[in-house]
Design a protein around this ligand. Sequence first.
Ligand code: COA
Ligand code: MG
Length: 283
Amino acid sequence: MDQRDRPFRSMLYIPGAKERALEKAAGLATDAIIFDLEDAVAPETKAEARNTLAAALRETDYGPRARIVRINALDTDWGADDVAALAGLGLEGVLLPKVNDARDVEVLAAAMPDAPLWAMMETPLGVLNADEVAAHPRLAGFVMGTNDLAKELGSSGRAALATALQTCLLAARAHGRVAVDGVYNAFRDAEGLRAECREGRDLGFDGKTLIHPDQLAVANEVFAPDAAAVEVARRRIAAFEAAQAAGEGVAVVDGAIVENLHVETARRTLARAEMIEKLKGDA
Ligand code: COA
Ligand code: MG
């Protein structure tokens, strides 16, 4: 399946070594799972986590959830073994951390011929090179690493990340890639999460990366077209088609102009809503 034909409203990180969470994830309402071998796994348990995860991926049916594994960077002691352990699993993605440029993606592409590649955008250099990273033919999408980015910049707060978030989004869209926003650390604060999800959605992101199952419902709701949006989309399409049949190039709905480009957006809204409905049926 093309990565743009699936929803990525929610992408839940699961530490690769946590058997309970690996099992639990198969029943959670998440569009994608990021099985983590990088920062959520301590150096002394890297090998064990890799084996635990590879076994879980072979034995567990994760249904329609996209299975993406975040490996260790290829210049660490663990990266090459991570890649070797994932060969032939038919994953929906391998996520490379701390990507600085297209060469980093190319090294992974050569080592991993059979999986869509994803890039963590979390270094200043990576953000500055977002265009060439997004342009790599094997790249499926970006995941924003906002914690690392803030650490590297010495910044605090979301506002300080606006340029980086938008630069990555521009690059992703220029090359037709998926773009998923960073995590919201205070995982018990649902209202704070909701506000940040809305902000990410309005910037144009496809979804949000999450760290706890309690965050799933909010992200799934905010990043899905709601009933009102679907209804407006239907009316815009109908009005535009009626206008066209009458020989007009534009229509008016609710006092606002509807042109061809708005109809394209409306059709995309309906397609997303359908895709999400179908996913519910498969889960
Ligand atoms: N994925 C799947 N299940 C998860 C989960 C996750 N990310 N986080 C928690 N759970 C499960 C727990 O196993 C527990 O299941 P159970 O009650 O059925 O046994 C349940 O959800 C409730 O967990 P809770 O006690 O509320 O959380 P915690 O205190 O055990 O863990 C964190 C909190 C933040 C440590 C944990 O959520 C976590 O490790 N998140 C992922 C962190 C990560 O991957 N970071 C790297 C990228 S930023
Ligand atoms: Mg990181």
